[in-house]
Design a protein around this ligand. Sequence first.
Ligand SMILES: *[C@@H]1O[C@H](CO)[C@@H](O)[C@H](O)[C@H]1NC(C)=O
Ligand SMILES: *[C@@H]1O[C@H](CO)[C@@H](O)[C@H](O)[C@H]1NC(C)=O
Length: 366
Amino acid sequence: MAVATSVNGGGTMTAFLVCILMFTGFSVCKAQAAAPAVYMFGDSLVDVGNNNYLPLSIAKADFPHNGVDFPAGKPTGRFSNGMNAADFLAKKMGLPTSPPYLSLIGSAKPPITGVSFASGGCGILNSTGDQFIQCISLSQQVEYFSLVNDQLVKQLGPSGAQVHLSKSLFAIVIGSNDFFTYFTTGSTVSIKYTPQQYVDLMVSTFKRLLKMLYNIGARKVMVSGVGAIGCCPVQRKENKTSGCNVGLNYWSSKYNDGLKAMLQDTKSELGMNYAYFDIYGAMVNLFQEPQTYGFTEIKVACCGLGNLNADVPCIPLSSYCSNRRSHVFWDLYHPTETVYSLFSDILYSGSQQYMFPMNVEQLLAV
Ligand SMILES: *[C@@H]1O[C@H](CO)[C@@H](O)[C@H](O)[C@H]1NC(C)=O
Ligand SMILES: *[C@@H]1O[C@H](CO)[C@@H](O)[C@H](O)[C@H]1NC(C)=O
């Protein structure tokens, strides 16, 4: 700390002090944070290392060049060159990033500032992610959360835990992998369901899990739609003109319509407050005017090999670009840290253009 002060001056010291207090003195931190905790659910867009603890999983990012822009250039399991949306969101709330649930197994007390259940490769449906051998489905994530709640009840008492949860943010970013699974050639779910039936199943399953979260005590949820995933490098490379996969985008946006309607219904039924992020709209806007946000490359992944750097994923053998800030995509599926940051700004304080019916800052103030 003394080193930070002498090198960087007083401003840095203040920031550093707040940070130290957040990890050691909860009473002081509470005054600064926008909510007592953030409970994170989802897939690789927000996974901060759960999959590192799944020995058989092949949906991993705990090796270079992932993390090249993370402090000390460290790969952490985040599918990013640096931080991801979970980190930026927590930071905006004045909280530390919620640690991976699987890193806490065996510890008696989960951190009172939140836990992350997010797991790369998985989805809303249990059948999604089978191709990665191991990941944590949304159902399983909710089951893990109920175990965390049991511990919260022990720590805070039943009514203390209820109050804590009612003020906390529940953030859910999931659904892309359900589509990748459906639209993979030879997928079994595409034989079982028409795309419309599949979308409906995703929405009804989501609703059931959301109600379970409500029954445990969740009152404020941020739910992200599915992005324009037909435009990620792994999809564009299949198109002769490097255009987006139109079908994948169509069904993603159909799902988003169903999701939005479901959230509104759930709010009417239960009184659960929500903030919906139209990530699809935000992505389309980004592709239409990338230069506004400082991007010059919207098609080619930064890290990878082959056509659009999307034939080979981001592994130690792959090359990676030096101008990460000018790329929308870090690897064949995931955005760069800069995009995660931009989207977290929208999530937290964006207008109704992409945040419906309110942004996270407003949700936490309800
Ligand atoms: C999905 O898996 C969970 C266990 O994680 C199980 O409780 C649930 O019944 C399963 N859902 C379906 C529809 O099979
Ligand atoms: C490929 O991209 C073009 C635009 O460049 C688009 O019109 C076409 O529908 C795309 N093909 C598929 C299969 O999505």
